[in-house]
Write a protein of this length. Structure first.
Length: 91
């Protein structure tokens, strides 16, 4: 599976700022909600992030990075931040 740039931006935002809702990810990364949802779908499909419900408001989900998969795929976000047009291939 190939991850688009938006998924890498969302992954970077989650890695830096911890558990966030889709609205918070959208605000921090300056991406549209639709783009954030698409990126989260791609990341969850690769098991690079996990979602869990907010117990106070079950309409919301919080998303967090899966550090085991990040290590397994050897994803170095510092290197990806410096590149312009990037696609990450996940086998």
């Amino acid at each position: 599976m190939t991850l688009p740039k938006s998924a890498i931006v969302v992954l970077d935002t989650l890695a830096e700022d911890g558990p966030l809702t889709t609205r918070e990810i959208s605000d921090k990364s300056d991406l549209a909600m639709r783009t954030v949802n698409f990126a989260l779908r791609k990341l969850r499909k690769c098991d690079l992030c996990k979602g869990y419900p907010d117990l106070m408001d079950t309409r919301l989900n919080y998303y967090v990075v899966n550090p085991e998969k990040m290590r397994l795929y050897q994803i170095d976000l510092d290197r990806w931040r410096t590149m312009g047009r990037v696609y990450l291939k996940i086998a």
